[in-house]
Design a protein. Structure first.
Length: 69
């Protein structure tokens, strides 16, 4: 994972290469909270693949880069 300050910075860094998936820092924070926010709960249990996929879908993270195996 790489963090960039702007889309222009991403474009410059790519230097003509095809970009992969990009998300904003706000979406990254939302994802981190949704994905890891309950891990210290004593009743935590691993979630199903479908539930995990629903987290990604709910945040608008769709497409090949965001489809779980």
């Amino acid at each position: 994972m790489l963090l960039f300050r702007s889309e222009e910075h991403v474009t410059r860094w790519l230097a003509g290469r095809t970009p992969g998936a990009t998300i904003s820092v706000g979406t990254l924070c939302d994802l981190a909270y949704a994905w890891w926010g309950d891990r210290l709960d004593p009743n935590w249990r691993p979630r199903s693949r479908d539930y995990s996929q629903a987290i990604l879908d709910g945040l608008g993270l769709t497409g090949p880069a965001w489809t779980l195996p």
